[in-house]
Write a protein of this length. Sequence first.
Length: 148
Amino acid sequence: MANVNIKFNNKEFLLSCEDGQEEHLEELLIQINKKFNDLKNNLGNLGENKLLLITAVKTMDEYYETKKKVDKKKDELNELSKKFKELKTLVYEYRDKKEGEIKELNLNHLNFKNEIETNRKKYEQIIDETTDKISSFVEKAKLGSKSQ
């Protein structure tokens, strides 16, 4: 434990604190002393105990107001975090949906391509059969016209 000599309201005090916290304690006491002296100058000498009480009340009021602001900001941050998670979920759902649609389109494309190839082969077969029938008809017609 470290000891720190401080001066408050023109009186010397010896306070203890954890090692390494001496400078922080001195900074806190400077702020408390400033508040105390400001109140003493503004309100007059109401007595040390009453001025100490008012200083403590003002300090606690500032603390609670700051705490309210911090809590409000935490709530806002939590709300933003929830909205971000919702947005992230929506983005992933949208991505998954679009990937599904792309897979379906690729499958439809492949099926359509296969159907085109099948129809092309059928068309070629029909053309070949029709050509053969026309050739056969023409041959028969030639033979029939020669025999007459």
